[in-house]
Ligand binder design. Structure first.
Ligand SMILES: NC(=O)c1ccc[n+]([C@@H]2O[C@H](COP(=O)([O-])OP(=O)(O)OC[C@H]3O[C@@H](n4cnc5c(N)ncnc54)[C@H](OP(=O)(O)O)[C@@H]3O)[C@@H](O)[C@H]2O)c1
Length: 340
């Protein structure tokens, strides 16, 4: 089969297409023919070994000290079950499924455990739409509900509201009954309003910390504020939520857990199959919807990473896998333009 392969950490150029041995489903596993897989900020970090601060050592130990431990990238997928291993009863050959995995989704075939975060695709989604959901939706669900303990009626501020996590945080917070303020670029106002934000702040021209408003939750998806700056905008029982491991946030978590006042908290997107099933139900109900900015064939995966890195993409960059073998002629720039 064809797969994206990287043997080095680095710029998008480290990603190449190769013919590799097709995987086989073992006991309790599914073989999935992948149709779509998003390129996320998480994928970018893994490709470049971009593990800032104190996450450097755990990142390198988990993902490869000098070279990538897992040569095929891709942590989210949607596709069709092609084979099942012994003991699998919840899934059958021909089922359309989507979910998340540690690596290897940017290939024609992928093996995942039937107990991992994999679920049947909702009927109202195609592969590309379904693949675009788990990264942001599971992260937002875990952070807002399990770390932030969001309640109906609360005032919630989402920093990076048009981003991969923020787009789902806005939708979920609104669904859970919060009054949402989205902080994003002015160009993203219409999108973020459409996703459910009642109030909008353009981060280029307005600083939310100076507007006199108080929030129950500040979800800093992009680590753009920090707890110290956000503290004055939180209620006395408010929660600042971060996705970024640093010594600073660890100290702040410790001190705010024993002192009175707003708390600083960090969370990670270690979602389970139950979380994904919950997200699936919300997709089926029309509560969660993806925004897709671009579709790029797997054969041009490096271009998909370049597009993500260029920013300005208010929506997911989706790698479409069934078109992996269709190498198109022309310059990379023209190919990229054609894909968008
Ligand atoms: N810990 C975990 O388990 C976990 C899980 C998922 C993601 N993450 C991390 O979370 C981060 C965010 O991921 P993502 O996929 O949401 O990234 P993303 O798609 O790049 O979104 C970041 C957003 O932040 C906006 N932004 C930039 N500066 C801002 C500012 N000063 N104020 C408010 N918004 C600002 C950007 O807007 P513009 O486009 O206008 O610049 C962009 O929309 C990444 O670092 C990722 O690695 C961690």
């Amino acid at each position: 089969m064809q797969a994206a392969v990287q043997t080095l950490f680095g710029a998008p150029e480290v990603l190449q297409m190769r013919d590799v041995e097709a995987p086989v489903a073992g006991e309790g596993e599914l073989l999935v023919r992948v149709h779509a897989s998003p390129v996320t900020q998480g994928d970018r970090r893994l490709r470049a070994a971009d593990f800032p601060g104190i996450s450097w050592l755990p990142g390198r130990l988990m993902f490869g000290l000098f070279r990538p431990k897992n040569r095929t990238p891709g942590t989210m997928f949607a596709g069709r079950v092609e084979a099942i291993g012994e003991g699998v009863s919840r899934f059958a050959v021909g089922d359309d499924v989507f979910g998340s995995t540690g690596h290897s989704a940017q290939a024609e075939l992928l093996v995942v455990s039937a107990d991992s975060p994999v679920a049947h695709m909702p009927d109202n989604f195609d592969y590309e739409e379904a693949a675009a959901v788990p990264y942001g939706a599971v992260t937002a669900l875990l952070l807002l509900r399990e770390v932030g303990r969001i309640q109906a009626g609360q005032r919630v501020l989402i920093l990076g509201a048009a981003g991969g996590v923020g787009r789902f945080a806005v939708q979920l917070a609104k669904h859970l009954g919060a009054e949402v303020t989205g902080v994003c670029s002015r160009r993203s106002f219409e999108l973020v309003r459409d996703l459910g934000a009642a109030h909008l702040i353009d981060y280029a021209t307005e600083d939310f910390t100076g507007n006199g408003e108080q929030y129950d939750i500040v979800f800093d998806t992009g680590d753009v504020s920090g707890f110290s700056a956000a503290r004055g905008s939180l209620t006395s029982t408010g929660r600042y939520l971060s996705l970024h491991l640093s010594l600073r946030i660890l100290v702040q978590m410790l001190t705010t857990s024993v002192l009175r006042g707003p708390r600083a908290l960090i969370g990670f997107a270690f979602g389970t199959q139950e979380h994904l099933n919950e997200v699936r139900d919300l997709m089926q109900q029309g509560v969660l919807r993806p925004v897709i900015a671009a579709r790029v064939p797997l054969g041009r995966i490096a271009d998909a990473h370049r597009l993500l890195e260029a920013g300005q993409t208010d929506g997911a960059v989706i790698v479409t896998v069934e078109r992996a073998k269709l190498r198109q002629a022309g310059s990379p720039a023209r190919q990229l333009a054609a894909a968008v």
